[in-house]
Design a protein around this ligand. Structure first.
Ligand code: UDP
Ligand code: MG
Length: 316
């Protein structure tokens, strides 16, 4: 088997403390893989500085001087993890056979990269890193993260459970990814849509080597909402069906009101008020749902996602 030219893409935001440690671990993994003939000698690490306010970029430059396998790009602004990652992944297209994305804090076990490359050699084009345990995360982080996956799936967003953005993608998968031109980036939702052959590698999640989390609960929540609203119109359907259910309940309310009316058991104006409130309420919800369906269609069109990708061809 020919050694794989591997790119390891690392988004970095204010990671001056963690980066030297993680770069050393990643280089060590690369050394061992290349000694074992798994990866080529020109495999490399691409650090994507996401507009850090600390000395992250200086650290990247120093790391490059010490070992030219460490490369870097620097975004002009802080755009967030997903964008830093995409910047890195699109930079390495056609400059590698496969790329692994991993956080700078080593929470995702770098040893799993070896298994990922083996899965790639076995034919997988996308290999998801899935956490087998979260013992080192706080109870709160664990509970909120699980609630986050469950909620998303209930809302109709198809993601891989307990997989964040630690994954290997073949050069072909990266090229297909680059066809998604959307601005609201939620890679965990897009990558499963790419298709191709996938595999899973499990690892246990460690705590940060240095520095602190850049993902507080507020960011996680807005990230979750972003994911749902970028991938599914199910919340709008809920509104529509709620309207339908209320319309059905209208019948019950109408019967109750009419009985009260005929039994002369009501205050003046109450029957007409009750009937109109229920009827108008449900009609309003249904109308919002219908309008929403059209808006969701516009939203899908605007994103201009690829409608299909051809994986194999026997055609000439
Ligand atoms: N990160 C980034 N831009 C940001 C926030 C985070 O590039 O605006 C990077 C960060 O440097 C790290 C990764 O994204 O490599 C994940 O962030 P973090 O570890 O803080 O998130 P957590 O693991 O706590 O969810
Ligand atoms: Mg982290």
């Amino acid at each position: 088997m020919r050694p794989v030219k591997l790119a390891i893409v690392v988004p970095c935001y204010n990671e001056e403390q963690a980066l030297p440690i993680s770069a050393r671990s990643l280089l060590d993994v690369l050394d061992r893989m290349s000694a074992a003939g798994l990866t080529s000698e020109d495999s490399y690490i691409l650090c994507c500085n996401d507009g850090s306010r600390d000395k992250t970029w200086d650290v990247i430059e120093q790391l490059h001087v010490a070992d030219s396998r460490v490369k870097g790009i620097s975004l002009a602004h802080n755009r967030g993890h997903q964008y830093a990652l995409l910047a890195g992944l699109t930079t390495v297209i056609d400059h590698c056979d496969a790329a692994v994305s991993i956080d700078a804090d080593l929470q995702d076990d770098p040893e799993a990269i070896i298994e990922m490359v083996k899965e790639y050699n076995a034919g997988a084009e996308i290999v998801y890193g899935v956490r087998s345990s979260r013992e080192t995360d706080t109870m709160f982080k664990r509970a909120t993260a699980h609630a986050f996956y469950k909620f998303q799936n209930a809302m109709g967003l198809d993601t891989v459970y307990d997989h964040a953005d630690y994954r290997l993608m073949s050069n072909r998968a990266l090229t297909l990814l680059s066809h998604y031109g959307e601005s609201n980036l939620f890679l965990r939702g897009i990558v499963p849509q790419i298709g191709l052959k996938t595999a899973i590698v499990t690892y246990s999640r460690a705590s940060r080597v240095a520095g602190e989390s850049k993902y507080p609960l507020s960011k996680m929540l807005s990230f979750s909402i972003d994911g749902i609203t970028s991938f599914t119109a199910r919340p709008i359907r809920f509104i529509f069906f709620l309207g339908l259910i209320l319309l059905l309940l209208d019948i019950v309310v109408a019967i109750y009101v009419l009985i009260s009316y005929f039994m002369h058991n009501y205050d003046a104006g109450w029957p007409s008020l009750m009937l109109s409130i229920w009827f108008l309420g449900s009609i309003t919800l249904i109308a919002i749902g219908v309008v929403g369906e059209y808006i969701s269609k516009i939203f899908t069109e605007v994103k201009g996602r690829p409608r299909f990708e051809i994986a194999e061809k026997i055609f000439d």
